[in-house]
Write a protein that binds this ligand. Sequence first.
Ligand SMILES: Cc1cc2nc3c(=O)[nH]c(=O)nc-3n(C[C@H](O)[C@H](O)[C@H](O)COP(=O)(O)OP(=O)(O)OC[C@H]3O[C@@H](n4cnc5c(N)ncnc54)[C@H](O)[C@@H]3O)c2cc1C
Length: 483
Amino acid sequence: MIENINSESYECCIIGAGPAGLGAAYELVKNGVTDILIIDKNKRVGGLARTDILGETRFDIGPHRFFTKNKEIDKIWHDTLGSNFQPVSRLTRIYYKNKYFNYPIKPANVLMNLGPVDSLNATLSFFSSQISKKNTPITFEDWIIQKFGHKLYETFFKVYTEKVWGIPCNRIGAEWAIQRIKGLDALEVLKNALFKDRKKKIKTLVEEFDFPVLGVGQMYEAMCDKLVSQGAELMIESKVFRFNRHDNVIESIDVLRADGKEIKINAKQFFSSVPLAHYFGMLNPAESGLILDSAGMLKYRAHITVGLLIGRSEVFPDQWIYVHSPDVQIARIANYKNFSKAMVKDENTTTLSVEYFVFTYDNLWSETDKFLSDMAINELEKMHLVERREVINTWVVREAEAYPIYYLGFPDHYDVLKSRIDQFVNFYSIGRAGMHKYNNQDHSLISGILAARNYLKLPGFPFRLWDINVDAEYQENAQRTHE
Ligand SMILES: Cc1cc2nc3c(=O)[nH]c(=O)nc-3n(C[C@H](O)[C@H](O)[C@H](O)COP(=O)(O)OP(=O)(O)OC[C@H]3O[C@@H](n4cnc5c(N)ncnc54)[C@H](O)[C@@H]3O)c2cc1C
């Protein structure tokens, strides 16, 4: 994509070419606003939903699946890629104690894999949790135990959740479970397996999701190309480091470009996917102590992807495997060939990604690429999935603010920041890190689209953006526990 900066003043400046930023641009262009600049610090667009090309191999930042209940978003995705957006039959499993459990959970498979003693324990602990059910759950742990019992909680929720979030389940707020897995409990899983009519059952069993043939990022590359062809401008490898304000009006931003030059961009309206906590730290003049203290209380979980090119045509049949075993640090393994054969150049090879979740203060975050690749290979060997001699090449990608964390007590600080954001008259904070929300692609796209509609003052707007993805009803239930 060619950069084409004609002017330093725009009607709208969008920071972040992820789903949220591109959603805002899409809606603005659709409504005739094309005096737009989209800025991103990365080389490739798509944000966390991008596809990196390493060597000649395509890797996503962890496995991404397209699913939405929102018809408008579904249509945007299909219109953007047409026949390059293809259905994939889902196979995903949980690896626990050297066994593979179907995920979403299937009761017969659970009972068979757990064996008679653990199955009996699971059943007893479920009934005991139902008898002793009390009080509104405060923590994630309370919530899951109330719904599933202690044994199933330990087998299917505790280890993976703690690997991903880095905090004990009894310090994660129940609101996270309510947002992600609302409506799910053990009886629901059982009912689904036993009593659904045959038609519905078959539909559930043949689970599908859509996926771009060249990886998740193809969607946003295509969307961005179209926006540029319609008049929007794109500036990549450029990092916004300062927001210049007069009272509650953002007058300009300062940007460090890849060539080392600093430039100032003026705009009437700003849409920003910069992580909420960082935004407050970038304001000039600086914010009050209270705001900066609250911003300092927002926490993010960082994510490391180790991509591996393997010299074997088949490694495992799943799109991804959740690794619940505590004896390896790997949280999940994806096999991109099982999303789309076109993601692998040579059919005798396979591309895998291994994911680690860390805090940026953990030693693992600062380890060298070599160390991380070695660790990934060792752990894959331990799981009997890959042998070292089969590994042709490896790459490492780090994302510092991949997962906004909902810990107990965080809403007090969050509320302070939300109220402060609402005071800015020409600024919308959008998307996953921008709104500090555990969004999937659809909710991030929606946040950008709705922010644009607010700006455009379309009939029925403004919409309160903070309400996105709060009370969403998820039909896929259990599938949402594990992103
Ligand atoms: C491992 C993993 C697996 C996932 N799996 C799924 C899935 O299966 N299905 C699904 O729907 N969703 C999934 N998601 C979530 C999905 O990736 C996000 O919801 C989506 O990408 C968020 O879009 P966004 O635009 O809000 O933010 P981002 O994708 O984070 O984009 C923000 C953009 O802003 C840019 N930016 C930030 N700060 C600056 C700055 N100072 N200057 C310039 N640019 C800046 C960043 O470079 C980035 O490109 C997954 C996420 C992860 C991490």
